[in-house]
Design a protein around this ligand. Structure first.
Ligand code: X5A
Ligand code: ZN
Length: 669
């Protein structure tokens, strides 16, 4: 199915607001929706989405999570006067009611369920519901924190009942803990609830012990509730990414959800008066993109909080861009997570170790008193690495400064997506999807032009012929990608040596940092191993052990194994963090033949790699038979679930050792 994104929105949900003076609730206002909607229009994103209609949820649907008594109580508010509404509201914690609240809350839930229907029935691949009131604080018989009915929790129950979904992942990236959702699924191993939230050692609202990392779920549900408490404010993009790399992504792959629901609060973004965090809007594009290969692409993003209208609306747009398959904006800002974030992430890994295979062979300890200073990413002292951002003062008053910051920041990160996405050259004509791609003419490369061969070792004559033929396809593809006439490209090459030559060529035409990921055997010339402009990571068998240096990282695994799980987990925990820190301008993925990795796994890796270098990636495959699968990933098709994700103890040990080694050269978690 083509990438189609649904958008659910309806003006009706603006028809309630705070009717009396109640400062704790004044930030939850109708403009949150209009600002987001307007901005989607402004960026031309709205017209690219499939509009989905809303409906009122039924009582039966409300009963999936809420009690009849509570529903009746809420219903009774429709005829209340302001005094009565006030009295009623104060029964609960930080929530207000309006005569239209009941109707709007039913429409917000109905909108969410419409999105779930469209996604589950395959009318759209993914989508977003712009709704209010939000839902994740609301509980069986309680309104709470601006929330009346728990939209996402009910949606999960609904998907289980109506579509028989057995495993649902809920990602709650709102800055508050969705305790309502946690309580709903605490004992349910079929719903994996992941939430990060401002916590400040329980000093932050709703001040619950239940929000700490120690709440891992109960009974059969033990291990399926994941809380990452943020114990300080001003968390940045990289802190959120660390939580994804070291906890959520490997866990989500292991869980293998059939549907993902996002409790998408954007009070985690910069400038928000509630969150006081520093993540910039494009971070949400990255988070969204990283979730898209799971659950066959079935991803429903449902608005929760977000109270700085500028930050909220830009973040909503970034999320929708990612859902639509647009290239990732570059992630600017600090690349080293803060100590407090690392501590939280470590603690979550430690308490979850008994429940998850990917943590089984790792050494994870609770670390509260003296967190080791560990970092990942580029060395701070290294040139080029720090395009550091001036932190913006957060707080409730959105001043001129903030708007100025956002203007210049958005100018920097907004990139234009090339209309033509995937380029190819050479004979792969059999493939059905090529009509969506850009065909690039091959050209003839002479040994002289290739010049690059000299240092590449001594090849026999026939090899050189093959290499030149491959380069005749590869060079024009790199031209197209670097000139932004194509976003990415794919080519079959009979020799893996083409990867090194491709990187040299890209440098020659002006690319600055190239990330070369090699799956398979190949000798890497010594000058490439030392070239800081090319970061090489090579995965190959043990018998061909190689020596690690700063810019050449060989990973040697046991020969007679399937490497799918190992690759995926190392990808989350080592390769992506390293690559994010390096900030490549181009990614080259070389896939050798006869490696112990399935085509589908490589398709997942290909998708994940597209968070880097604004999606500029060239895939060079030695085998024909996997090209179709990889092409699907490049053009943005949904991926199917990975079948085997076993982690081998000895390969994990290799990974842990590798991380240790890398610390000498890189600041790596
Ligand atoms: C959905 C959401 C926040 C409530 C804060 C109350 N609620 N102090 O962001
Ligand atoms: Zn919130």
């Amino acid at each position: 199915m083509a990438l189609r994104t649904g958008l659910v929105y309806n003006e009706q949900m603006k028809n309630y607001s705070l009717l009396w003076d109640f400062p704790l609730c004044s930030i939850e206002r109708p403009e949150r929706l209009s600002a987001s909607h307007e901005k989607l229009k402004y960026y031309g994103l709205l017209e690219r989405c499939i509009p989905l209609s809303v409906r009122e949820a039924t009582e039966e649907e409300l009963l999936l999570v809420h009690s009849l008594d509570y529903i009746e109580d809420v219903k009774s508010t429709v005829s209340m006067n302001v005094e009565e509404l006030k009295t009623f509201s104060y029964n609960y914690n930080d929530v207000y009611f309006h005569p239209n609240s009941y109707h709007c809350a039913k429409v917000a839930l109905g909108a969410t369920l419409q999105l779930v229907d469209a996604v589950m029935l395959g009318k759209v691949r993914n989508g977003m519901a712009l709704v209010r009131p939000p839902g994740h604080h609301s509980q069986k018989s309680k309104a709470c924190g601006f929330c009346i009915f728990n939209n996402v929790a009910i949606a999960a129950k609904y998907a289980k009942e109506k579509y028989g979904a057995k495993r649902i992942l809920i990602v709650d990236w709102d800055v508050h803990h969705g305790q309502g959702t946690q309580y709903t699924f605490e004992e349910d191993p079929g719903v994996l609830y992941f939430s990060w939230h401002r916590y400040e050692n329980q000093q932050f609202w709703p001040n619950l012990k239940d929000s700490d990392y120690s709440a891992i779920g109960k009974g059969k549900g033990a291990g399926f509730n994941v809380n990452i408490p943020w114990n300080k404010t001003e968390m940045e993009n990289v802190d959120y990414l660390a939580a994804f790399f070291y906890v959520l992504l490997p866990m989500a792959y292991e869980f293998n959800p059939e549907l993902i629901l996002v409790s998408a609060g954007f009070d985690t973004a910069i400038g928000d008066p509630e969150g006081e965090m520093c993540a910039t809007p494009e971070c949400f594009a990255h988070l969204t993109h990283l979730l898209m290969p799971l659950a066959n692409g079935k991803l429903c993003v449902v608005l929760e909080g977000g109270y700085n209208l500028r930050s909220l609306s830009e973040s909503v747009c970034m999320t929708v861009r990612a859902l639509l398959g647009d290239p990732m904006p570059p992630l600017v800002g600090e690349i080293v997570p803060c100590v407090s974030a690392i501590e939280s992430v470590q603690n979550v890994r430690a308490v979850h170790q008994p429940y998850w295979k990917f943590l089984k062979y790792q050494d994870v300890l609770i670390n509260e008193t003296q967190p080791k200073k560990q970092n990942f990413g580029f060395d701070e002292n290294d040139s080029e690495s720090s395009t550091e951002e001036k932190k913006v003062p957060t707080g409730s008053d959105v001043n001129q400064d903030f708007e100025e910051f956002m203007d210049s920041h958005m100018k920097k990160v907004l990139i234009s997506a090339p209309a033509i996405r995937t380029a190819f050259a050479g004979c792969v004509e059999k493939l059905t999807k090529l009509d969506q791609c850009l065909k690039v003419e091959e050209r003839k490369i002479t040994i002289e032009e290739a010049g690059i061969l000299c240092s590449a070792g001594d090849y026999t004559h026939p090899m050189v012929e093959h290499l030149l033929l491959s380069l005749g396809k590869i060079f024009p593809l790199i031209d197209k990608i670097m000139q932004r006439e194509a976003r990415n490209g794919i080519v079959v090459s009979s020799t893996q040596l083409a990867g090194v030559s491709a990187a040299r060529y890209a440098l020659r035409i002006g690319a600055n940092r190239i990330f070369l990921l090699l799956l398979g055997e190949a000798n890497i010339p010594i000058d490439i191993q030392e070239d800081e402009k090319i970061l090489v990571l090579q995965i190959n068998g043990k018998q061909d052990e190689k020596k690690l240096s700063k810019y050449y990282i060989p990973v040697c695994w046991e020969e007679d194994n399937e490497w799918d799980g190992d690759l995926l987990y190392s990808f989350c925990e080592v390769i992506l963090p390293l690559a994010y820190g390096y900030r490549p301008e181009l990614v080259i993925l070389v896939v050798g033949s006869n490696i112990g990795i399935q085509a589908n796994t490589i398709a997942h890796v290909t998708h994940l790699l597209q968070v880097l270098a604004q999606g500029r990636i060239l895939v060079i495959s030695q085998a024909y038979d996997i090209v179709e699968t990889l092409l699907n990933s490049l053009i943005g098709d949904a991926l199917s679930a990975m079948s085997s994700l076993d982690m081998k103890q000895e390969n994990t040990q290799t990974l842990v050792k590798l991380r240790q080694e890398l610390k000498k050269h890189w600041r790596l978690l």
